[in-house]
Write a protein that binds this ligand. Structure first.
Ligand SMILES: [Zn+2]
Length: 251
């Protein structure tokens, strides 16, 4: 805690800290990166040369540098407890979540109304073992306790489409296509991991998997969500939110 408070971002990062991530297998080659303390499911590291902080997740496949502008948020995550009530969990269960490759984050797309009255139409509730450490815009990061209520978003893709999109590996750099088709038999291709669909009036709720496996049609890359709400990983969340019965769901 004291260490976090004392941290002052140095303008010049050392050579090690000029990159965003290091393979977990190579940590031993960077003696300047020292483990400091556990934070929830992972471990916090700090660079002895320039003071920057790093996060090692439970899976230990990568050590991630916590970007300077995200650091206060990572600290708030470490110090806070973020959970939602049973009423909200009930809606999330209905929508269904998909786990990432490392099975340490579950994404549930929905629409959120905040205590401030703000409505995020394309929101992701992120049940996470990891703090935010590298995020395109820090303004998109929010906490579970900002949520008043959650609803199904018309832009959210059906659960089996999201699952297929999450599990699809890259065919080429940044391109992991999944074919979908809308109610008018128009085909599209999700260009990479997608939770929402909003393209020329066609919404997530209007599409289903096409089964196409090559000769991809009309590639659509997803825009960013309006907001991400962090919820702490809790016992049984995978089972609750990625319910087995959904594997037989034929939408
Ligand atoms: Zn450094």
């Amino acid at each position: 805690m004291g260490l976090w408070a004392k941290f002052k971002a140095r303008k010049n990062r050392c050579h090690t800290c000029s990159v965003d991530g290091i393979s977990g297998k190579l940590i031993g080659r960077f003696p300047n990166l020292k483990p400091i303390e556990p934070i929830k499911f992972g471990n916090l590291y700090q660079c002895t040369k320039c003071g920057h902080f790093w996060f090692l997740p439970e899976h230990k496949a990568f050590l991630h540098r916590i970007r300077d502008e995200i650091l206060p948020l990572a600290q708030a995550w470490k110090e806070g407890e973020f959970f939602v009530g049973n009423d909200i969990l009930g809606v999330l269960k209905e929508i269904g979540g998909v786990e990432n490759y490392y099975k340490d984050q579950i994404f549930v797309p929905c629409s959120v109304i905040e205590k401030s009255g703000i409505r995020a139409e394309k929101a992701i509730i992120l049940i996470s073992k990891n703090p935010p450490y590298n995020w395109p815009k820090k303004e998109l990061i929010h906490w579970a306790d900002e949520i008043t209520s959650v609803q199904i978003s018309p832009f959210a893709l059906p659960h089996n489409v999201r699952k297929a999109s999450m599990e699809k590996r890259e065919e080429s750099m940044g391109f992991s296509p999944v074919g979908i088709i809308d109610d008018n038999e128009e085909e599209y291709t999700l260009g990479c991991q997608s939770h929402f669909f909003d393209f020329k009036g066609v919404k997530g709720k209007d599409v289903r998997l096409s089964g196409r496996e090559k000769k991809w049609k009309k590639v659509v890359f997803p825009g960013t969500a309006d907001a991400y709400y962090f919820v702490d990983w809790f016992d049984g969340c995978e089972k609750l939110l990625s319910a087995e019965w959904r594997n037989n769901d034929v939408r």
